[in-house]
Design a protein around this ligand. Structure first.
Ligand code: DHE
Length: 534
């Protein structure tokens, strides 16, 4: 019996050994090829935790066709393969095959089966506010002129630098939301600044205390934000969803306005919203509908009566605060980008060129609410970056052009083209200052002249000097409060903010920065200096 038991034990131990050996051998053997994962499953496995189940973003940016419009597909493949420097985006080149990387790229560029929604409830749920912010001291907690402060948006690693405009030193640097776009907007005292990101985040920052006050996600794909002249209201313009959204100064949702025709039959993306300070209203441009909206925040605004073009639903009681109305100006074609004249009674707008041509520029009078003149500037004028100035007693507008290397100069009374100033290539931005005889413009859309800033004499209306950074991109300038110095962006990952003397055009200093995109001088912004964008 004892021998029998010993044999059983040995047999069992043998089986275990064989089993272990077998398991080890199985581990060493090549895995049987499994069925390839679908792109949706790959997304689920590798991307969902940062970019969200609906691809609307999370810690990483939104991955929807609207959000990716500006990223070329080969670049997207490279990002999946190699990751993105200075971000949390890892490299997947070692884990995924080339076919899987391509499948993922195609997946994120394709529209999702169900259009993601972003409701008022989503907006409210996304909001955060520092509960102590109301008690923070109401004066700058640093030593420099708060009016000559520059807010510099660094697109390379998504940061913002605050630069002392007298000493040209960085006072503070903080992380921003991913991909800020459009100029940040300031409250009238210069204390708070509001940033808008392409993914729909609005951030309210206290410049005096160097702290974030509040954040909210207004939409999934946003164009820009505007702040009312009294600092009480903030409005966001969205492509996705198709609406404009109104907040109070602490980014608490007030209401959203669906961008629809009056009968609700057509909808539109919202191109941009601007504050029309003297009118106490927001002016809203629609990309797909031939309408221009004006939404008053003047508590004394006269109510919009029956018979006027109005927007409240029948049966709804007349809303009391003026900001709730939409005054629609009906147009022949949509306006994409525009510029206010000095009175803010006129909007000078441009539309994107369409197949078959069509007029490109128009002047709209916001009081009579109709187009009153054609604007003789073809090409793709970037009116939002336009500047105004006086020459021979006439007020002029100068606007860069995204398609051609020329600056269009238009008389703001006769609406006639005064001059076309030839530059080495098409550019995005233009800046001047009332105290400077010169306007500066870039040619960043030109592969051969992107490294050149052209300096234009505002009286002679011609280029009189250039500064260059050979082979690099040089763009977007802003003057100091007194107009003595010009700060320009060396628009590279290892770029810089370059300070030039505004009279001699000589370089004074450069501060290293990560792809500085735009820079904004507090005083020039809050005083609506004629040479800066509003
Ligand atoms: Fe902008 C402002 C539209 C691409 C950098 N851009 C604006 C504004 C509009 C606009 C309507 C004014 C909003 C404001 O300041 O409140 N931009 C567009 C476009 O339609 C376009 C051509 C295509 C798009 O995809 O949106 C476009 N813009 C770009 C870029 O590629 C730029 C160069 C780089 C980037 O970061 O996106 C760019 N846009 C800027 C900047 C401003 C801006 C820096 C603020 C300029 C200022 O000085 O006020």
């Amino acid at each position: 019996e004892r021998i029998k038991s010993l044999c059983k034990l040995l047999l069992a131990a043998g089986l275990v050994m064989v089993g272990l050996d077998y398991a080890r051998a199985a581990e060493d053997a090549p895995r049987p090829p499994s069925a390839p994962l679908s792109a949706a499953a790959l997304y689920q496995q590798h991307c969902v935790s940062c970019h969200g189940a609906e691809r609307t973003g999370g810690m990483g940016p939104a991955l929807l066709p609207e959000s990716l419009e500006r990223l070329r597909k080969p670049e997207a493949l490279a990002v999946i393969r190699n990751g993105r420097a200075a971000t949390q985006m890892p490299a997947f080149g070692a884990q995924l095959s080339e076919a899987e990387i391509q499948a993922l790229q195609a997946f994120v560029y394709a529209p999702p089966p169900v259009l993601p929604r972003w409701t008022d409830a989503d907006i409210e749920a996304s909001r955060s506010i520092d509960p102590d912010s109301a008690r923070w001291p109401a004066k700058p907690q640093w030593k420099a002129d708060p009016m000559n402060l520059f807010v510099v948006v660094e697109g390379g690693d998504h940061h913002v630098s605050l630069v002392d405009g007298d000493r040209f030193e960085v006072l503070h640097r903080f992380a921003s939301r991913y991909a800020l776009h459009g100029g940040p907007k300031f409250t009238p005292d210069g204390r708070y600044v509001f940033f808008g990101s392409r993914d729909g985040w609005i951030s309210k920052y206290d410049l005096w205390n160097l702290k974030m006050v509040a954040e909210v996600r207004a939409g999934l794909n946003m164009r820009n934000v505007a702040v009312s002249a009294d600092g009480r209201w903030v409005m966001a313009a969205n492509y996705l969803p198709r609406n404009a959204v109104l907040f109070d100064a602490d980014l608490k949702l007030v209401r959203s306005y669906a961008a629809q025709s009056r009968d609700g039959a057509q909808s539109s993306r919202v191109s941009a919203v601007y504050d029309a300070t003297p009118r106490k209203s927001f002016v809203v441009a629609l990309k797909d509908l031939p309408e221009l909206w004006e939404i008053s925040y003047d508590p004394k605004a006269e109510p919009i009566h029956e018979g006027y073009v109005h927007d409240y639903k029948m049966g709804e009681s007349l809303p009391t605060p003026g900001y709730q109305h939409i005054r629609r100006t009906l147009l022949a074609e949509p306006l994409d980008d525009f510029f206010f004249d000095d009175s803010y009674a006129h909007v000078l707008g441009s539309a994107r060129p369409r197949e078959g041509g069509g007029s490109l520029g128009q002047v709209v009078n916001l009081d009579v609410r109709k187009k009153i003149a054609e604007l003789p500037i073809p090409g793709l004028p970037h009116l939002g970056s336009g500047i105004s100035f006086t020459r021979d007693g006439r007020r002029l507008l100068a606007s860069p052009n995204l398609k051609d290397g020329r600056i269009s100069v238009v008389d703001l009374k006769s609406w006639q083209l005064v001059q076309e100033i030839v530059t080495p290539g098409p550019g995005f931005f233009m800046r001047s200052h009332a105290q400077s005889p010169y306007a500066w413009t870039d040619s960043m859309m030109s592969p051969t002249a992107k490294d050149t800033l052209s300096i234009i004499d505002k009286q002679r209306l011609e280029v009189v000097a250039q500064v260059r950074e050979p082979g690099k991109t040089l763009a977007h300038v802003e003057f100091t409060k007194d107009g003595r110095y010009v700060l320009a962006s060396l628009w590279e990952m290892d770029g810089a903010l370059i300070v030039y003397d505004a009279r001699t055009f000589k370089e004074l200093k450069r501060l290293p920065m990560s792809k500085p995109v735009g820079k904004y001088n507090v005083w020039n912004k809050i005083s609506r200096e004629e040479g800066t964008s509003h």
